[in-house]
Design a protein around this ligand. Structure first.
Ligand SMILES: [Zn+2]
Length: 373
């Protein structure tokens, strides 16, 4: 893939391209990012650019023989390694499935990947067989390019077996490039970390996420803004939410919270009936939005929320700030999270919502005026 196909990260992309053009490519690099930051696409674009035979300024051409093969992840000098499950197979056994999964979704998450190979509830790993396979593959000369590239997605799933790769990382065969793409640097063997140079990928900003959803016509602007707030910089999560959330949550949340505050039990019960019909994902989304509103009510006292909230939300959150403060924010936050947890455990949607509403009825009070249930 080309750098230009990756959303945002303009400065980072220019820096990476410049390092390659100047021929200062470190042989082992750790791309560090949070989930949904586009780190794997960046690593692939980086590798494609090193191998492109007709570089167009700061990007690969996209049309030379190398780029065409890279775009389909079938270049013979590109080796991909990623978490699988079990111990008797290597990534070569899953490569076709991986190509399909990534090419249909560049913002692939580990969960998406495991689900696509039926391994949702299995323990993912990069096993010793795969490590040995890597050593074998990288001992060969490049077939077509100047470089052989190994992109290892999520090296945190290497067990201690990963130590067999140390010698390779320390004294790599000529013209070998390692790109390790991690979302959890703390879980990587320190012996591996110490042998790499870091490329840190920032999380996406609210504005970048909103622009992506609107630009790709995944959401209308107000809904995109709600989703950007809920996604917390994770573009993969934002894309997933855009498939589930058609309307902005603002009006229903505002109304529900007012009902909780005024103890309008009849209305709360009929609301709970409606949510029972919408199903658990609908209520989870509503509560996730609620958590962001609670957070915003605390933040708005100290910072402008103009880029993150709509005008209606800013007004509402400003008023809410009188009822949500450091004395009760933790209780409210925990009550919302507990409800999400119970929904995930398949509790009764109706009961969970009524229970939560009653908790909020007692918690939502001005400072120094808290009641007890
Ligand atoms: Zn090219």
């Amino acid at each position: 893939m080309k750098f230009s196909e990756i959303h945002g990260h303009q400065e980072l992309k220019l820096n990476l391209a410049s390092v390659i053009r100047q021929g200062r490519i470190p042989h082992a690099q750790m791309v560090i990012a949070r989930e949904g930051s586009g780190a794997l696409p960046l690593a692939l674009a980086y590798a494609q650019y090193t191998s492109c035979t007709n570089k167009a300024g700061d990007d690969s051409c996209g049309t030379c023989a190398s780029c065409v093969k890279y775009a389909q992840l079938i270049h013979p000098d590109l080796h991909l390694s990623f978490p699988i499950f079990g111990s008797s197979e290597t990534c070569d056994d899953f490569i076709q499935a991986f190509r399909e999964a990534f090419l249909s979704n560049h913002m692939l998450t580990l969960n998406d990947w495991l689900r696509s190979i039926g391994g949702e509830n299995k323990r993912p790993n990069i096993n010793i067989r795969e490590c040995r396979n890597i050593i074998k593959k990288l001992s060969l000369r490049p077939y077509e390019s100047d470089f052989k590239v190994l992109i290892m997605w999520l090296p945190e799933y290497l067990g201690k077996e990963g130590n067999v790769l140390l010698k390779l990382l320390e004294e790599p065969p000529h013209n070998t490039l390692f790109l390790l793409v991690t979302e959890n640097q703390d879980q990587i063997l320190t012996t591996i970390i110490s042998r790499t140079q870091f490329i840190k990928v920032p999380v996406y900003s609210y504005q970048e996420i909103e622009a992506y959803l609107v630009g790709k016509e995944l959401s209308v602007p107000d809904v995109a803004r709600n989703i950007a707030l809920m996604a917390e910089g994770n573009l993969s999560k934002a894309i997933r939410l855009s498939g589930e959330m058609e309307d902005t949550q603002f009006e229903s949340f505002r109304q529900w919270l007012l009902d909780c505050y005024s103890g309008n039990l009849g209305k709360i019960i009929s609301e709970a009936d409606q949510y029972s019909e919408k199903g658990k994902e609908g209520l989870k989304m509503f509560l996730m939005y609620g958590i962001q509103m609670v957070r915003s009510a605390l933040l708005i006292q100290h910072q402008s929320m103009e880029n993150k909230l709509t005008a209606g939300e800013i007004e509402f959150v400003g008023k809410l700030a009188r009822l949500i403060h450091l004395e009760n924010a933790r209780d409210i936050y925990e009550a919302l999270n507990q409800a999400i947890f119970e929904i995930d455990r398949n509790g009764s949607i109706k009961l969970i919502l009524i229970n939560l509403s009653l908790k909020l009825k007692y918690s939502l009070r001005p400072k120094g005026n808290l009641q007890t249930a």
